[in-house]
Design a protein around this ligand. Structure first.
Ligand code: 4UW
Length: 580
């Protein structure tokens, strides 16, 4: 695909440039809907979203009274900790307008997981959904030892009741004494001259999503204004054209993950297409909202396709508005595509199911399967987006030695490397990890193994890195292992992903060495010990990290001479066990 011009400005200017002569916001009328709350149909127009964002930006950085909230200045970081909601885009774009940086946290996190991201990102204030205030307070008080008053200065309770008129799920009346989002909106409004707006700042990072990359614990990925300006411009030419006033996105993927953040919060605004916001996936609600809002485009992950293929709701609701289902974040196999598209066809739904590929570190999309090729190239993640370069690097070359890395022969698989303006600035405060991930001449190593066919279509065939994906969510083995080692009876541990075809995902499995092996007298003891560890682990981590693939007792963890876990050996062992 030929290169496209990429005007780089701040994200706020890109999406919300106001033209008083036409009443346009960005390239479209300000009266057009931008975001719609699925449950109540409450709608934020482009102009309303812009003005609420400017008010919030003012309340956070310019207001003199500031309601006792910790004072924020340009360059400071705020955290968003919330399931999808109508308030989300206001918090995000209000912060961006004021030149703040946003770190987006998984709303399933436990206080311990949240604390890692809070401390690592240097966040100063957290915007928290009413149902999650207790998690934040536990982090502040128990985890960080903050007093009551200091904790309160860091929290903005960010419900949407003030917009929708419906009480937020899980809200607790006793939290009303904390600073509430609406009170930051009536202090004033950001003026043009304080807007974060210059070209030279386009290389500043604006979002910090967390990714473990190829190895280790979650790291802050520095996504810049330029990265986001790039991604919306390079996705557009490979994306089906949208018709104003007709097309509608379904916003069910979490906004805190880069896939949802880029493809639901930025891209549709750039296209002029509204997004119907759902707080979580539920097959009945998913189908009901498609029917009610005549949704035309839904972004999804493979386990949702599987769930919908089996669920009767797809037969009960009128889904005929649906034109495109776009999957990503994990492999989508051809059998699944065929099964679901046949089911949809049987109820008169003519829908193309395509796929995208990318990573947090590449903002995220690097490959998309064009809709016209969805059947012909089923199972492929599609073509490289414009303005990007890709290499496939032979597995037997030392990829640490970037200069001598060798390209795979045509038709052979290799590690996918990407270069271009959507590659992250680096990992926050982690020069070593950045250097390991990006070569001196700018190639980012994905850790994924891919092949490219003669027509330029890529297929992801394997993962070289240790990362596990549960239903599209990152599960970093190194993090799980360090938590497991806190168990008094565990002497050593290795976590790998095992394939689960029934659920179209990988499942995390732990191999553990007992601290006192003689205390386990046989298979029954081993199994019981494994189960007890599995239960214990559930109290420590978010749901997507549960050891659904089991805990297996082993004599010794296979390691290299340098002490590195030989995960490949364990994977082979697991495959053998699964086959038996
Ligand atoms: N097939 C096989 C795939 C695929 C995949 C991702 O959590 P992260 O960092 O990021 C993501 C991003 C997903 C995404 C981005 C843009 C896009 O358009 C789209 O689809 C419409 C999805 O998940 O995890 C990155 C890792 O996830 C795996 C792969 O291992 C990658 O390194 N992955 N997409 N289609 N594997």
């Amino acid at each position: 695909t030929p290169s496209v011009p990429i005007p780089t400005t701040s994200i706020f200017t890109l999406l919300f440039q106001a033209d008083p002569s036409t009443a346009h916001i960005g390239r479209f009328p300000g009266s057009y809907p931008a975001f719609i709350d699925a449950n109540t149909a409450t709608t934020l127009s482009r102009a309303t979203l812009r003005s609420l964002s400017l008010s919030l930006g003012y309340g956070l950085t310019q207001s003199t009274t500031h309601l006792g909230l910790h004072k924020l200045a340009k360059g400071d970081t705020i955290m968003i900790f919330s399931p999808n909601s109508l308030a989300w885009p206001i918090i995000l774009f209000g912060s961006v307008a004021a030149g703040l940086r946003c770190t987006l946290a998984n709303s399933a996190y436990t206080p311990r997981e949240l604390q890692h991201q809070w401390t690592d990102s240097g966040a100063k204030v957290v915007f928290v959904h009413p149902s999650l205030v207790r998690v934040v307070m536990e982090m502040f008080k128990t985890g960080l030892g903050l007093g009551d008053d200091e904790a309160r200065r860091r929290v903005v309770v960010s419900g949407s009741e003030w917009l929708t008129g419906v009480q937020d799920e899980g809200a607790n009346p006793s939290d009303l004494g904390l600073i509430q989002l609406p009170s930051l909106l009536n202090q004033g409004t950001l003026r043009q001259e304080v807007l974060f707006n210059t070209k030279k700042e386009a290389d500043e990072s604006v979002y910090l999503c967390y990714s473990s990359g190829t190895t280790g614990k979650p790291k802050g990925v520095e996504t810049t204004h330029k990265n986001i300006c790039t991604i919306v411009n390079i996705v557009k030419p490979v994306f089906p054209p949208m018709t104003l006033g007709h097309d509608v996105f379904l916003g069910v993927l979490p906004f805190y993950h880069i896939y949802g953040a880029a493809k639901l919060l930025h891209f549709p605004l750039f296209l002029g297409t509204p997004v119907v916001i759902m707080p979580r996936f539920d097959p009945v609600a998913f189908c009901a909202h498609i029917e009610k809002y005549k949704v035309t485009v839904a972004l999804i992950v493979p386990p949702m396709v599987l769930n919908l293929t089996r669920h009767p709701a797809t037969m009960k609701y009128d889904l005929r508005s649906l034109k495109y289902l776009m999957s990503g974040a994990a492999p989508l196999g051809d059998a699944l595509v065929n099964a679901f598209s046949n089911k949809l066809k049987s109820v008169g739904v003519d829908c193309r199911i395509t796929q995208g590929y990318g990573l947090t570190e590449t903002s995220p999309t690097t490959h998309l399967l064009p809709v016209q090729d969805w059947l012909r190239k089923v199972g492929s993640t599609g073509v490289l987006l414009p303005n990007l370069e890709a290499r496939l690097i032979r597995d037997d070359t030392n990829s640490a030695d970037a200069k001598n890395a060798e390209d795979a022969k045509p038709g052979e698989s290799g590690e996918l490397w990407i270069r271009g303006p959507s590659v992250m600035k680096g990992y926050l405060n982690n020069a070593k990890a950045t250097k390991d991930a990006i070569t001196p001449d700018g190639w980012f190593k994905t850790g994924d193994i891919a092949i490219r066919d003669p027509e330029g279509f890529y297929t992801i065939v394997d993962r070289k890195k240790e990362l596990i994906k549960y239903k599209g969510f990152q599960v970093p083995p190194a993090e799980l292992e360090s938590v497991m080692l806190q168990h008094p009876d565990i002497a050593d541990v290795a976590v790998i992903g095992i394939e689960c075809k029934e659920e179209a995902t990988e499942l995390p499995r732990a191999y553990v060495v007992h601290a006192n092996p003689a205390s386990l007298k046989g298979d029954a003891d081993n199994i019981e010990f494994g189960k007890s560890v599995q239960e214990w682990f559930k109290t420590k981590v978010a749901r997507h990290k549960f050891l659904r693939g089991g805990v297996v007792v082993i004599d010794v963890i296979p390691k290299s001479a340098a002490g590195k876990i030989l995960r490949r050996q364990l994977k082979d062992l697991a495959k053998k066990e699964q086959a038996d």
